[in-house]
Write a protein that binds this ligand. Structure first.
Ligand code: C2E
Ligand code: CA
Ligand code: CA
Ligand code: CA
Length: 279
């Protein structure tokens, strides 16, 4: 009873109340943000660690809030997941990113993959595969240029259904990446059943790969696992030359992180691609 009393007290504490107020305000403003044109897509390059060329970009949503400036997805994705707004937002991101990718191709820029994050809520929608297929048709982007990023945790909910949907997505011709790999609880047994092309080593391991033996061990194990399953492997969150060199030595295929570039607006990617096509 004492414990309960305490947690109730905490619920009404001014700090928690302020946090709750902020969340409620943000949630209210999030409704309609898409219609008001406040959502933006930034893109972060993925680099081939052997050639150091840009081979893909990841689409990352941003909210241009009328008074708070650019709000990071860390602040609003969880809210959008909870109230379901992530479904229309995620669909809009996929359409915007696909159209952008097609526009780069039509401009004659070097072909790159476009990678888009899928949320658990989108994955639960019964018509996900139709929506993806429709967006590809609408934008004229070939399926082989598109990659969707999923996480182990939401695939583990209903494994049979997940496998079925992943297969249908692969049949469209798109690639699939397992995001934040190493942080979930999935057993290797399931990994074998999910028809994915790519593992993305979570940035928490990459961040101290050169200073922490455990992180290095996990990173090495993931790279070895990916190789034996013939999966491509990307390291996320590369910030230093030491991390880059470590991952290159280990034979990691691709990398992404502030060392190469932060997520940037699309015109910055256009400039990067123009430069690399001139070389
Ligand atoms: P994520 O999918 O794991 O995306 C990578 C995050 O790591 C991005 O944060 C990126 O800016 C950040 N990052 C990349 N390189 C570095 C680095 O070198 N150092 C550090 N410290 N961070 C780095 P961001 O853009 O804030 O996105 C956070 C998360 O929000 C994403 O994590 C993803 O889970 C979610 N998210 C973003 N956009 C979307 C979207 O369109 N749909 C869905 N469902 N989720 C999204
Ligand atoms: Ca991702
Ligand atoms: Ca990630
Ligand atoms: Ca993450």
């Amino acid at each position: 009873a004492k414990h309960q009393g305490r947690s109730q007290y905490q619920f009404y504490s001014p700090e928690i109340n302020a946090q709750l107020q902020e969340r409620l305000a943000l949630e209210n403003e999030l409704r309609g943000a898409l219609e008001r044109g406040e959502m933006l897509v930034y893109y972060q390059p993925l680099v081939d660690l052997h050639s150091t060329e840009v081979v893909a970009v990841e689409a990352l949503v941003r909210w241009q809030h009328p008074t708070q400036g650019l709000v990071s997805p860390a602040k609003f994705i969880a809210i959008a997941e909870a109230n379901g707004l992530i479904v229309p937002i995620g669909e809009w991101v996929l359409r915007t990113a696909s159209a952008q990718s097609r526009a780069w191709q039509l401009a004659g820029l070097p072909p790159i993959r476009m990678s888009v994050n899928l949320s658990a809520r989108q994955f639960e929608e019964p018509n996900l595969v139709d929506i993806v297929s429709q967006i590809l048709q609408e934008t004229g982007l070939e399926a082989s240029s598109l990659e969707l990023e999923v996480t182990e945790s939401f695939l583990m909910g209903d494994v049979q259904r997940s496998v079925k949907i992943l297969k249908q997505l692969r049949e469209l011709g798109i690639s699939l990446a397992l995001d934040d790999f190493g942080t979930g609880y999935s057993s290797l047994n399931y990994l074998k059943r999910f028809p994915v092309n790519m593992l993305k080593i979570d940035q928490s391991f990459v961040q101290d790969v050169t200073s922490n033996r455990d992180s290095a061990a996990v990173t090495n194990a993931i790279i070895a696992l990916a190789k034996s399953l013939r999966l491509n492997i990307t390291a996320e969150g590369i910030e230093t030359q030491e991390q880059l060199e470590y991952l290159q030595r280990r034979g990691c295929h691709e990398g992404q992180g502030f060392y190469f570039s932060r997520p940037v607006p699309p015109d910055r990617i256009t400039q990067m691609l123009k430069k690399s096509s001139q070389q």
